[in-house]
Design a protein around this ligand. Structure first.
Ligand SMILES: O=C(O)CCC(=O)C(=O)O
Ligand SMILES: [Fe+2]
Length: 380
């Protein structure tokens, strides 16, 4: 029987948060009855009390209202390749969510649990189970992000069906591969309802002074191409530095479809207990997920080499001195499957890039949780 004690520890905190919010709101309500707020604040004792509420009581609410409280760390596949423990832990959790009214009303927890279970089903070769689960969720309550995930896993089911058939070399160009080729050629078509909302802007920082052009390519997940972020001189220095992640693709060089997020449990769900942290590189455990990716383009490419987002239908051109930026995790702290991307084959020339992953640790205040499940990202 999987143990949920850590999870329920987190839920107790959530109950405490509810109570703290309720008492804070009660205190605020008492202010509404006052005939004149100015009269009230003129009285130094009341004014002091007002400041106390704004600082101490609110701080208490804020402290509890922190992502770290959610602890969802299912046991992972063990060395014998036994995936049962992880799936059964998550299935038990879903069952508990159904039973416990208080937990059930907790949509963040539910979304995270559904996300982890769907991802686990597909990782262990059962994408149809992910589809069933999401279709069920969608029936209960409409959510844009569940609908997006449902589309994603339906594609995985199609892929699985294709690869299980006895196909000839000619047939092996699955619709997905030929779709990627279309994107690599820069011929992807997006709906005008999406493209008409996109725009370009200048990003400016005063100390040190820095101004770059940003082209917003997508809002959820946020994806941008930034121009002229590094000079030609800096590009040469980058290429010489062996310590940073520099990739050089020759003709035919490519990077197949993948996600940049790690398949480790998210740090924001709490530190991993000893027995579950085995098998993960220490660096990943300490630094947490790859919340966002930054790719410097250190060269132009004469033909080919674009970075494509296979599910978003986006082609990012390789522009020397520019950089692509996107978030891999959404603002509810969940892996965003729609960030699947690839590096197209280089046809003529040579492609140089350097990528930097912005890790989860230490970013809580920089990119806070969204107020609702489908929250977008603000400016970079
Ligand atoms: O080559 C590219 O354009 C993409 C590279 C990439 O996705 C990666 O290094 O993670
Ligand atoms: Fe990548």
């Amino acid at each position: 029987m999987p143990r949920f004690s850590r999870l329920f520890g987190g839920c107790k905190k959530r109950r405490k948060l509810k109570q703290a919010c309720a008492s804070f709101l009660d205190e605020l309500d008492s202010l509404v009855d006052l005939t004149s707020r100015e009269d009230y604040l003129e009285n130094p004792i009341d004014a002091f009390d007002f400041i106390r509420r704004r600082t101490t009581t609110w701080k208490e609410v804020e402290t509890i209202m922190n992502c770290d409280e959610c602890e969802l760390n299912p046991p992972r596949k063990n060395e014998r390749g036994d995936f049962y423990a992880e799936i059964s832990w998550l299935e038990q959790l879903m069952a508990s969510l159904k039973e416990d009214e208080d937990l059930c009303s907790d949509t963040v927890l539910r979304k995270r649990a559904v996300n982890m279970l769907t991802s686990a089903y597909t990782r262990y070769g059962m994408p149809w189970k992910s589809v069933d689960l999401l279709a069920n969720e969608l029936q209960k309550e409409y959510s844009k992000s569940v609908e997006r995930d449902l589309k994603y896993y339906s594609l995985k089911v199609q892929d699985a069906e294709k690869s299980s058939k006895n196909i000839t070399l000619q047939d092996s160009l699955t619709p997905r591969v030929s779709h990627s080729m279309t994107l690599c050629r820069g011929e992807g078509i997006r709906d005008v309802s999406v493209t008409s909302r996109l725009y370009c802007l200048y990003r400016q920082v005063t100390t040190p002074y820095h101004r770059v052009k940003e082209e917003i390519l997508n809002f959820k997940p946020r994806l941008s191409l930034l121009y002229n972020v590094i000079s030609d001189e800096e590009v040469e220095q980058f290429k010489e530095l062996a310590v940073i992640r520099v990739l050089n693709y020759g003709i035919g060089g490519m990077y197949v479809d993948h996600h940049d997020y790690l398949e480790t449990p998210l740090l924001s769900f709490g530190p991993l207990p000893e027995e579950q942290s085995q098998g993960y590189p220490l660096h990943d455990l300490l630094c947490g997920e790859r919340t966002a990716t930054w790719i410097y383009y250190l060269s132009d490419v004469q033909a080919g080499g674009n970075t494509i987002f296979t599910l978003l239908n986006i082609t990012v051109p390789v522009v020397k001195g520019g950089a692509a930026f996107w978030y891999n995790i959404d603002r509810a702290g969940v892996h965003d499957h729609w960030t699947e991307h690839a590096g197209c084959p280089v046809l003529i020339g040579s492609k140089w890039i350097s990528n930097k992953w912005i890790r989860e640790t230490g970013q809580v205040l920089k990119r806070t949780c969204g107020k609702h499940m489908d929250a977008l990202d603000g400016p970079l």
